[in-house]
Design a protein around this ligand. Structure first.
Ligand code: GRG
Length: 297
């Protein structure tokens, strides 16, 4: 990539690139029922930040890779993320009518089509990895990374643990972190490991980027919990053990707002330390880690 000067410029350049490739990946000429294609495309283009794809691209670049080679994995992870949001919004899960200020998939297309659009995005993601990553041994490793991150030992398992936590009356920080490491953290971490593999990392770089991914994944969840509190000061620091609206455990409800902020800050510092050996190659990832701390959406 020719280096845009500011972090914001870089983010918007990479977002555009990912958006173009995602549109192409849902090629209208494919033999797919129009309603399914529309539902897939609706959620995929509904204004996500593209954090996970950008992490894939930056991780690959930090290891010496070119953007083009990392784009299939960047699109694949956004498809998995989008599927998880569609299913998370369903009546059987969070039962949300709005996402990113727009009607959720099941409100717009009906529950069955929303489930199926999620299923189709999940399967298309693995097709992209297998078909479009040129070096097939790396494609296979990326399939394993993404499958582990998304499946029973990752996001889906984390979601089950999160739903079960609704029945707990007390929980520890360790329990909360174990849930989020799986539910949010592992997918974010797989962005780093897939990018590193595609970029040609050595084992040390891979380990460092993985550590970075674990730390920013947890910090991302903490800042998400803190952002959810905006406009709802009542819940803060009152010893409430669960999020009042959904009955879920959150960082601020468990350890308070200030300690949550401090924990996120410490994790970001730890993340930056773990990629220090990359020197200037890790600069964009370092900026991204700080962005997570300062983000407002
Ligand atoms: C139902 C399979 C299944 C999984 C559910 C990850 C997950 C588990 C649900 C997604 C909902 C959720 C609140 C996840 C926590 C992680 C999180 C903050 C997601 C939102 O990610 P952003 O901010 O979203 O990157 P955008 O809108 O930018 O794409």
């Amino acid at each position: 990539m020719s280096h845009p000067s500011s972090f914001k410029e870089m983010w918007s350049t990479l977002q555009d690139l990912v958006n173009q490739r995602l549109t192409a990946a849902l090629d209208p000429s494919t033999d797919c029922p129009p309603i399914l294609k529309e539902a897939m495309s609706y959620s995929l283009s509904a204004g996500g930040k593209r954090l996970r794809p950008i992490l894939v691209l930056l991780s690959s670049e930090a290891c010496g890779g070119i953007l083009e080679s990392a784009l299939p994995a960047a699109c694949a992870i956004e498809m998995v993320h989008t599927y998880s949001l569609i299913h998370d919004d369903l009546p059987a899960m969070d039962d949300d009518a709005l996402r990113r200020g727009m009607p959720t998939s099941h409100i717009k297309f009906g529950e069955a089509n929303a489930i199926l659009a999620g299923d189709a995005l999940l399967t298309r993601a693995f097709e992209l990895l297998a078909k479009e990553i040129e070096v097939k041994s790396i494609a296979a490793e990326c399939c394993v990374d993404l499958a582990n991150a998304a499946g029973a030992v990752g996001m889906v398992g984390g979601q089950v643990a999160d739903l079960e936590s609704e029945h707990l009356t007390e929980a520890t920080l360790e329990q909360l972190e174990a849930i989020h490491r799986r539910k949010t953290g592992r997918l974010i971490c797989s962005a780093l490991t897939m990018g590193a593999r595609i970029g040609g990392s050595n084992p040390d770089m891979l380990r460092n980027l993985e550590k970075y991914g674990i730390c920013i994944g947890l910090a991302f969840q903490i800042t998400d919990d803190l952002l959810d509190l905006t406009g709802d000061e009542e819940k803060m620091g009152k010893g409430v053990r669960k999020d009042a609206e959904h009955g879920k455990l959150t960082y601020p409800s468990l350890i308070g707002v200030e300690e949550s902020r401090q924990r996120a800050q410490n994790l970001i510092e730890e993340a930056c330390l773990s990629i220090a050996p990359l020197g200037s190659h890790g600069q964009r990832l370092e900026e991204l880690a700080h962005f997570i701390l300062e983000r407002d959406h």
